[in-house]
Design a protein around this ligand. Structure first.
Ligand code: FES
Length: 291
């Protein structure tokens, strides 16, 4: 681990960061969880229709616009050119405008995060807020003082780079926004997993097969089987509620269709692996769904 990561970890583990993150999350978490319209909006913010977190797409746009400003501003240090300065201001305005949906989608994802990722996310947000305030100040001061405009934009670029480093670490090391499913279970032949008499009606049941957790659910004499680990943050779906053949994760209320594993509601963007089910010799047997 390099010294920058060690510094980040120390900050993330402090009491003040941990408490602030948890208090803020408690305020934000109920948002988007009640009401059909609120859930639809939240699904859009998470990127459910895209099958991929939308925040990471928007960050590329915002960082790209701010980076364009940065290079044009660098040239301005050596040679003043009004046309180039106004193009740079245009990129700066574009960055500020695209930062709005970027921040909103980031907050939507963060409010359903866990543990250290949650603390790192708060630091990431604070750095980005500082960078955006610098950029806003740069844009406001562009007509009054070119020197102040450039100084604030360079300060914004420095802080934004730190925020982007932290964002990358959250994704690649802490797996924020990644699929937390176990590796797909490949069962080419019928594999017995449970005596059928042990599977109660209308009660989610977890079995472990080849180190993978599988969810079994029986209703009206039909048995459904999906992966048991929630793709969002690894929540235990066997402890979730089942209603109308959908299962709700107990951790952040992602909802999945038990018949085909599709996502009904986020925060998860990723569907569940499903299995074909048969009862052979009084044993529930499953195999990988053949498309
Ligand atoms: S772990 Fe977050 S919704 Fe399941």
């Amino acid at each position: 681990m390099n010294s920058l990561d060690a510094l980040i970890d120390t900050a993330a583990d402090t009491e003040v960061v941990s408490r602030s993150a948890s208090a803020l999350q408690r305020q934000l978490q109920p948002l988007g969880k009640t009401g059909a319209m609120a859930r639809k909006v939240e699904d859009l913010l998470h990127g459910v229709p895209l099958g991929h977190p939308v925040h990471s797409v928007l960050t590329d746009l915002t960082i790209g616009l701010y980076t364009s400003t940065f290079f044009l501003d660098l040239l301005e240090l050596f040679d003043t050119n009004e046309e180039r300065a106004s193009i740079s201001d245009g990129f700066l305005l574009g960055g500020l405008l695209s930062a709005v949906p970027t921040i909103i989608t980031g907050v939507a994802d963060w409010k359903d995060s866990e543990g250290r990722t949650r603390n790192l996310g708060l630091i990431h947000a604070a750095l980005n807020a500082t960078a955006n305030l610098c950029y806003l100040g740069a844009y406001v001061s562009r007509k009054r003082s070119r020197g102040v405009r450039l100084a604030l934009a360079f300060a914004g670029a420095t802080v934004m780079t730190a925020a982007a480093y932290l964002g990358g670490r959250m994704v690649y090391r802490e797996k924020f926004g990644a699929n937390h499913s176990q590796p797909p279970l490949r069962l080419e032949t019928w594999t017995p997993v449970l005596p059928v008499q042990e599977l109660e009606d209308n009660t989610p049941h977890r079995v472990v097969i080849h180190n993978s957790k599988v969810l079994l659910y029986k209703e009206d004499d039909v048995i459904y089987a999906t992966q048991e680990v929630c793709p969002h943050f690894g929540g235990p779906l066997s402890e979730g509620k089942v209603h109308s053949l959908t299962v709700t994760c107990p951790w952040h209320q992602s909802v999945f269709d038990l018949q085909d594993g599709s996502v009904i509601h986020g925060p998860s963007c990723y569907p569940l692996q499903t299995f074909e089910v048969s009862v052979l010799d009084n044993m529930v047997c499953i195999r990988t769904t053949r498309k």
